[in-house]
Ligand binder design. Structure first.
Ligand SMILES: [Zn+2]
Length: 143
């Protein structure tokens, strides 16, 4: 962070204050000219980029996942789709990969659903996988 007065890139922090939970306000003093200025730091979470079968890219949208989970678990009791979607998003973030294919998302989502409810997992599976593909069905049955 360059000093706004002299352009020197060395400064020391004289005061830090949290603004809510997501930003930090820092009071800095320039090593060179001694003048003070304020910087704000915010935490930025990198968006997950999803690539589909056509190699198109779009940012991951949790709302979309929630919708598909709602559909899959329709009429099934005891599934908190918002919480589940958040857990799936966490799993995606833990892959630590900048691009994730829709295939990976489907696989992770099926795994997560399987732990909660086989029927919902099966509905999700039929919605997101080509069911005419016998291998895919067999893969699912072998889980
Ligand atoms: Zn300065």
């Amino acid at each position: 962070m360059k000093c706004v007065f002299c352009g020197c890139s060395d400064s020391k922090v004289v005061d830090s204050r949290y603004l809510k939970d997501t930003a930090i306000r820092r009071r800095r003093e320039c090593i060179n000219c001694g003048k003070r200025f304020t910087t704000y730091e915010t935490v930025e979470t990198n968006p997950i980029i999803v690539t589909n079968v056509h190699n198109e890219r779009e940012p991951f949208k949790i709302e979309k996942l929630i919708e598909s989970l709602k559909y899959a678990s329709y009429c099934r009791d005891g599934i908190n789709v918002e919480k589940l979607a958040q857990n799936i998003e966490k799993s995606l973030l833990m892959l630590n990969s900048q691009e994730i294919s829709t295939k990976d998302i489907v696989r992770i989502t099926i795994d997560a659903l399987m732990e909660l409810d086989t029927i919902s997992a099966l509905v999700y599976f039929t919605q997101h996988t080509d069911c005419d593909n016998f291998n895919a069905v067999q893969m699912f049955m072998n889980r």
